[in-house]
Write a protein that binds this ligand. Structure first.
Ligand code: ATP
Length: 275
């Protein structure tokens, strides 16, 4: 059992932005949410984190409907890093990361040795140990992003929801972050724009278009030139590494000629496309 969405739909500002989406990740797997701008990736993550309720369908955690659960209860299992995470207070980095421990703290108790260890580990994972005592406003954009990820890791979640976590990161930190997430013993659902990062690190990709899942499965099954042409409207060449079996995508100038590959369906469990 894990965090699952079953045929969720959500209307925002009069528009259906999530349309009958099911997500049933295998526990411990890493799932990429792909799709063009405005296709509904962040909206779906908001439903999965319990920040909003679907108009229809259900999001469940270990079989229990998220809408009947307390935020603290959800936060003990599910950590989220959103695209626009900010921290106004001028506190040191370690205190930002400490916020991740809040759901685990008893109302009267202070921080325990376990809290301190979780914070140390999280800072180390994202390479910010040296900056732990620095003030928040002195960090670069990428360092702030990594601190927010450390906060989520300090939460010691089972489920990790990340919205464009590589946004501000240089290439080394992009690779390190996704390698870390893929190795962690968590189920991770990550909204990504970079198809190559998805292909390198994710077990499954779900491709959204106008709120609907139009393809889902292993990256090498789904990320074909015709799917990329259909969904993103760009030409691409896809090469496969014969040793790792992983693919890489090279984009080409020009508009693709009309290919249709909607509904690439995988035999993988947990990937269900709308009928
Ligand atoms: N607060 C809001 N109120 C009304 N509509 C919204 C709101 N936020 C987003 N939307 C709309 O919902 C749709 C999906 O947006 P969403 O942010 O989920 O897409 P996305 O795939 O994450 O996009 P991006 O790749 O640009 O981050 C878009 O059409 C957007 O305009």
């Amino acid at each position: 059992m894990t965090l699952q969405a079953d045929r969720v739909s959500w209307r925002r500002g009069g528009t259906l932005v999530v349309d009958g989406v099911s997500v049933q990740p295998v526990p411990g797997s890493t799932v990429a949410l792909l799709g063009p701008n405005g296709s509904g990736k962040s909206s779906l993550l908001r439903l999965l984190q319990g920040a909003a309720r679907p108009d229809s369908g259900t999001v469940t955690l270990d079989g229990a409907d998220l809408s009947g659960m307390r935020r603290r209860e959800i936060a003990r299992a599910v950590a989220t890093v959103t695209q626009h995470a900010e921290t106004d207070a001028d506190i040191i980095v370690r205190e930002v990361v400490r916020l991740g421990r809040t759901p685990h703290r008893s109302l009267l108790g202070g921080d325990t040795a376990q809290d301190e260890r979780a914070i140390d580990r999280a800072l180390e994972h994202v390479g910010l140990t040296e900056k732990a005592r620095h003030r928040w406003h002195t960090l670069s954009g990428g360092e702030r992003q990594r601190a927010h990820i450390a906060r989520a890791l300090a939460q010691e979640p089972r489920e990790l929801l990340l919205d464009e976590p590589t946004n501000h990161l240089d290439i080394r930190h992009q690779l390190e972050l996704l390698a870390l997430v893929a190795e962690l013993p968590v189920t991770a659902i990550i909204a990504l724009h970079d198809l190559n990062l998805a292909a390198m690190f994710c077990d499954v990709v779900l491709v959204l278009q106008q709120g609907r899942v139009v393809a889902g499965g292993r990256p090498e099954e789904v990320l074909t030139p015709s799917l990329i042409a259909d969904v993103y409207g760009v030409r691409a060449h896809v090469a496969r590494d014969h040793v790792s079996g992983r693919i890489s995508v090279a984009f080409q100038p020009g508009t693709p000629s009309g290919a249709t590959s909607r509904g690439v369906v995988s035999s993988l469990p947990g990937v269900r496309l709308p009928g």
